[in-house]
Design a protein around this ligand. Structure first.
Ligand code: 13P
Ligand code: SF4
Length: 335
């Protein structure tokens, strides 16, 4: 008799064919979800696959802002996320009205916003970035322009140092990545002197200063895959990425960087809201769908389009100054 997992997987495959759906999954999803996806990637790759796909239905197994990016870039596609409550602490840390007030205080600056943000915040942003294209994009901003960077202060601080470029930083942080313990990582490195430390730039300075490689999820995976000179890797990012790392290097010893207590706090609670059952239900019912009002979508798309253009090496125009778009859409978050 087929196991529950096999039945669910078969059902998902049939529903996918029925709706010509494409399943995209982020590296932080459970291994079982990654295994049924057409593509597994970082947040930039997911947005690019979503935009290029000809499928009328895209199921995004990740968090809601990732589904919003796909919807903004492909407004005519049905974009499903298995659970609409799969948020992100960086979205929570950057409510629209406060971000708008910050922008209005610095109207001449270019506002660079990490894609881990709401569609409304993207609508008052000049250019979006992900952790894999941020250096290239910030490098393309004219040197005489001031830069506002939000909502992740750690990514912002890391980029400012690396690019030797002053930036005003929004004080948000990822609730998962800030929990890695500097003290315990030091101890772990002493126990594993040959291990390479890989860290996502959302980690605090105390972790990044100890890292041999700092980068997006895809960059960290690439290091494990290609660095054949090493076998031991200490990973300071969400646990789900270990699934693809182990697949690409079955011989590698992968050690999760520890948090201060004995919690499972290096798992993103939002990513982990997704399950195979919820994916099956979403494909069966064609809901929940991600929707962005046309007023917000028109503006948010501009900042994502600039990101895509600069990522592909195409030039962009920069606005001379910011003006409050006086958005009235009902989904605006109260501060
Ligand atoms: P990546 O863009 O590196 O996939 O990161 C997304 C994310 O949410 C990290 O916490
Ligand atoms: Fe957001 Fe952090 Fe989860 Fe990434 S790991 S989705 S930044 S809460």
């Amino acid at each position: 008799m087929a196991s529950h997992l096999t039945e669910l997987t078969n059902e998902i495959a049939q529903l996918k064919t029925k709706h010509q759906a494409l399943i995209l999954a982020h590296f932080y999803e459970d291994g079982a979800i990654q295994d049924i996806a057409d593509h597994v990637g970082d947040s930039l790759a997911l947005a690019q696959w979503g935009e290029r796909a000809s499928n009328p239905v895209i199921l995004l197994a990740g968090v809601v802002f990732m589904g919003e990016s796909v919807k903004l870039l492909s407004p005519n596609k049905t974009v499903l996320v298995p659970d609409l409550s799969a948020g992100c602490s960086l979205v929570d840390h950057s409510p629209y009205s406060k971000y708008l007030a910050w922008r209005l205080k610095h109207p001449d600056a270019i506002c660079v916003t990490y894609v881990n943000s709401s569609a409304e915040v993207k609508a008052i942003t000049d250019v979006c970035v992900t952790s894999s294209n941020a250096e290239k994009i910030i490098g393309a901003i004219p040197k005489d322009r001031q830069i506002l960077f939000g909502p992740d202060r750690n990514l912002g601080r890391y980029l400012a140092k690396k690019l030797n470029r002053e930036m005003m930083l929004w004080p948000g942080a990822c609730e998962v990545h800030v929990l890695f313990s500097e003290r315990r990582l030091k101890e772990l490195r002493l126990k594993h002197p040959d291990a390479i430390v890989l860290a996502h730039p959302e980690c605090d300075d105390g972790i990044l200063n100890q890292a041999d490689v700092v980068g997006s999820t895809s960059r960290l995976l690439e290091e494990v895959r290609t660095n054949k000179a090493r076998r031991e890797f200490i990973i300071a990012t969400e646990h789900g990425i270990l699934h693809q790392m182990q697949r690409s290097r079955p011989d590698a010893v992968l050690i999760q960087a520890p948090a201060e207590g004995s919690c499972a706090c290096n798992e993103c609670p939002y990513m982990k809201m997704n399950t195979l059952e919820k994916i099956r239900n979403a494909l069966r019912d064609l809901k929940p769908t991600v929707n962005v009002s046309s007023e917000i979508a028109a503006l948010a798309r501009v900042s994502l389009d600039r990101m895509m253009a600069l990522t592909e090496g195409r030039p962009v125009d920069w606005p001379a100054a910011f003006r409050d778009p006086q958005l009235s859409a009902p989904e605006l978050h109260p501060s």
